[in-house]
Design a protein around this ligand. Structure first.
Ligand SMILES: Cc1cc2nc3c(=O)[nH]c(=O)nc-3n(C[C@H](O)[C@H](O)[C@H](O)COP(=O)(O)OP(=O)(O)OC[C@H]3O[C@@H](n4cnc5c(N)ncnc54)[C@H](O)[C@@H]3O)c2cc1C
Length: 398
């Protein structure tokens, strides 16, 4: 057992809370600070659903991480008041034949090589099994049964609920204002009410707010706004599993993805695309033209949804890193400060893995996953480049 340490965590999203629970379980004295009520309604984690899938093209690190995470999600489900991860399967359809080196092709190859039980689909299968889809356009794809979605906001709420009994001090309505530094060493934080809180380790897990609050990170991560819409499904039968599981529609080219309708008919659709760079503290505005882009997509892909009433919208924020990998490591220039952010729009699915990664770093133990998220210098922008443009749709480089 490592010597117990005093630890302050800034941010009560999924990174902060999973870290808090694991560190408290290991005997450390943990406090968590967040400006919101908990969970904070603006946190990226606080939404009705997030996709859980292992399909990551040729990037086998994330396949492995998700295969490990799925086992833990199965375990987590037993501890929730009701199952919150739903294994509905995942449908990956494309408009054109797959190309070697493309996301869909590579994903299929990896799954096949690993003996994962994917089902390939042709036009006839799309038409008969997934009738909401326009099978004239989407004729190539596969179905992966080991996937689905989780009720992310409710997961976070139930994890937060466990904190007091775990000995964690939760400080809701307490906004981080600045680090307390002694030379380069970080020894605590000051909150907006002027109170100074001292500790051996500060974990910064403020999601999309992180680079705004720690400006020395602005070169390697930034916040982007990502619109999410809720529509009312016209029927449940055609928009729920097995006919309508979690889906991607030609995602490498278009970014479109979505979820089955909930029992109340709420159907969530979003775009894992460039979004636009935002100040996380500014009001969350979605350009009026955005809804029409969703409806244009429906015209081609889900003709039955073209006139579906919009019943909700939300601008959710990614904390994009320059290379799309998460950022979980001690700051080499500021001993005592560990950053756990940079979710890059795909971080929720690995929720059961973060606590251990972060706690191992705090305790100086090796962790098999940590190297990928280590502190790094910004390099040439890669595929993340494409997920970055102004609100009017014009491309913009960092
Ligand atoms: C539109 C959208 C769709 C997504 N879809 C998926 C998906 O399908 N699958 C998937 O795996 N991932 C998805 N993600 C990514 C996922 O939501 C994130 O990876 C994850 O929720 C990030 O968690 P976090 O703890 O880093 O940040 P958050 O959940 O945002 O938590 C950060 C916390 O920091 C707090 N904070 C802010 N300022 C301060 C301050 N001054 N002091 C103290 N605390 C502060 C906030 O109040 C907040 O509670 C999606 C994200 C978005 C935006």
């Amino acid at each position: 057992m490592t010597k117990p340490q005093s630890i302050l965590i800034v941010g009560a999203g999924i990174y902060g809370i999973t870290a808090a629970l694991e560190l408290a379980a290991r005997g450390h004295a943990v406090q968590v600070f967040d400006p919101g009520p908990l969970p904070h309604p603006d946190a990226a984690t606080t939404d009705i659903s997030k996709v859980l899938r292992m399909d990551y093209g040729s990037d086998e690190f994330y396949w492995d991480l998700m295969l490990a995470a799925f086992d833990r999600w199965d375990e987590w489900n037993k501890g929730f008041s009701r199952p919150l991860w739903h294994q509905t399967g995942f449908l990956m359809l494309s408009r054109s034949n797959w190309q070697a080196g493309g996301f869909e092709y590579d994903s299929f190859q990896v799954a096949a090589r690993r003996g994962l039980p994917l089902e390939t689909l042709d036009e006839q299968a799309v038409r008969s099994r997934f009738p909401a889809w326009n099978a004239d356009l989407y004729q190539t794809g596969y179905y992966n049964p080991r996937a689905g979605w989780a009720e992310s906001g409710e997961v976070l709420r139930q994890l937060i609920e466990r904190c007091p009994a775990a000995g964690i001090q939760l400080h809701a309505n307490q906004r981080f204002e600045r680090l307390l530094e002694n030379g380069s060493r970080v020894g605590g934080i000051q909150t907006a009410d002027g109170t100074q809180h001292h500790a051996e380790v500060v974990i910064f897990a403020a999601g999309a707010w992180t680079p705004a609050l720690l400006p020395h990170l602005e070169d390697v991560m930034w916040a982007t706004g990502q619109p999410v819409y809720h529509f009312r499904a016209p029927t449940l039968a055609d928009y729920q599993p097995p006919r309508f599981p979690v889906w991607n529609a030609d995602i490498a080219n278009t970014g479109w993805y979505g979820f089955p309708a909930k029992d109340d008919g709420t159907l969530k659709v979003a775009n894992h695309g460039p979004g636009w760079r935002v100040d996380p503290h500014a009001p969350r505005l979605i350009p009026a033209s955005t809804e029409e882009k969703f409806r244009e997509f429906f015209r081609d892909t889900f003709p039955g949804l073209v006139d579906a009433p919009k019943i909700g919208e939300r601008l959710c924020l990614y904390c994009d890193t320059w290379d799309g990998n998460f950022w979980i490591d001690f700051d080499p220039q500021r001993p005592g400060l560990l950053v756990a952010a940079g979710d890059s729009g795909h971080g929720f699915k690995f929720a059961p893995m973060y606590g251990e990664i972060i706690a191992d770093l705090v305790e100086g133990r090796p962790n098999p996953w940590a190297a990928r998220f280590a502190w790094r210098e910004p390099g040439d922008l890669t595929h993340e480049d494409a997920r970055f443009m102004e609100a009017d749709g014009s491309p913009k480089r960092k």
